[in-house]
Design a protein around this ligand. Structure first.
Ligand code: DAH
Length: 345
């Protein structure tokens, strides 16, 4: 073997031993520069090939090349191993513990008042009622006068009203003025609508009353509409809302916009009628007011009372939700305590 080859082989053995101790990308690159780089020992030694005789050169050259390729392959293998080790070290340092419990996301949900409103709308929707939107800012005329309560009528005292600085403009105290809007809109067509929305009353806020709450008004106008239609509609509604087999009680009452007028009770959903704190030991829960639309109101809406008749009702979804879910304070609905909002509705 030529001296050059011996020298190269010895250098390679030493280089391989050193490479085995390189454990980082930096040290493997330093090794490359030391042996195989442009000014590396191996590269420099290979230049000695030029001094060999014509006969020796191809043989030694070939063998020298193989040594060089052997070192290059060894470097490649070493670098792959280093890269793999470095990646594993980085991953375990970042430390994703897949056994930790996940962080739960808070999921929003429909407000209990709206959930009840939707439920009511759905039940009446099945009976062919459409939803009619009416304004919350009303006139004294529509909220009272056209509902058969002219100025000074004592029944106006049933509602404590928020007046605005504009004369005659008020916040509606109930959804009933929507009846006038719907009638004037539909006349002379028959009507079957519910009118859900907010109402405002200038009242002390207590467990039983709020300044702002929701109502759902119902209005049916047509030919030959009778009290039986009202009764059938409400029986169907109550059985769907509170469960099949409920008892209903119609008590005579007074509202200026209906004649005759009733208040409707359902047998107490908590005690089943035997008497408890919620039904105040009467066995009954009042859920809505209703009646046959007063002829004066029909006329104010544009209908001829000798041709048309109708029924109307008004209920409070918060009250209905309270009865259904055993909530004893209406203020929970509007104080936004998440513990309440998550449980009811
Ligand atoms: N507007 C009434 C109230 O707020 C409720 C009501 C009673 C509505 C009888 C009606 C009805 O449509 O017929 O107290």
């Amino acid at each position: 073997m030529s001296d050059l080859l011996k020298q190269l082989e010895a250098m390679a053995v030493q280089a391989e031993a050193e490479l085995a101790t390189a454990t980082t990308s930096d040290s493997s690159e330093a090794w490359y520069r030391q042996y195989l780089g442009r000014t590396g020992e191996m590269t420099t030694a290979l230049r000695g090939l030029g001094q060999l005789s014509r006969e020796e050169r191809p043989v030694v050259g070939k063998a020298a090349n193989q040594i060089k390729q052997r070192l290059e392959a060894a470097l490649q293998e070493r670098q792959d191993a280093i890269r793999q080790a470095e990646m594993e070290a980085a991953l375990s340092a970042e430390g994703v513990d897949v056994t930790l419990p996940g962080r739960s996301q808070n999921v929003g949900r429909i407000h209990p008042s709206n959930a009840t409103l939707r439920e009511i709308s759905q039940i009446f929707g099945q009976m062919g009622f459409q939803v009619y939107d009416a304004p919350e800012v009303e006139t004294d005329e529509t909220n009272f006068t056209l509902l058969n309560m002219p100025d000074g009528h004592p029944a106006r005292d049933m509602w404590d009203t928020f007046y605005t600085t504009t004369p005659g403009v008020i916040l509606r105290t109930h959804t009933s003025p929507g009846q006038i809007h719907a009638m004037r809109d539909y006349c002379p067509q028959p009507i079957r609508v519910i009118l859900p929305g907010k109402c405002y009353r200038h009242e002390d806020v207590t467990a039983r009353s709020e300044m702002m709450f929701h109502q759902v008004e119902g209005l049916v106008v047509g030919r030959n509409i009778t009290f039986s239609d009202l009764k059938g509609t409400l029986v169907n509604f109550v059985n769907q809302m509170f469960g099949e087999g409920r008892s209903l009680r119609f008590r005579k009452s007074y509202f200026p916009f209906t004649e005759p007028s009733v208040e409707v009770d359902v047998d107490c959903v908590l005690c089943g009628g035997s008497g408890c704190r919620v039904c105040k030991y009467t066995g009954w829960l009042e859920i809505l007011g209703a009646g046959m639309v007063n002829p004066v109101v029909l006329q104010n809406g544009g209908y001829d009372p000798s041709q048309f008749s109708g029924f109307a009702f008004g209920m409070g979804p918060e009250r209905i939700a309270m009865l259904k879910h055993g909530v004893d304070d209406i203020r929970y609905f509007f104080t936004n305590d998440v513990r309440f909002l998550e449980r009811v509705g």
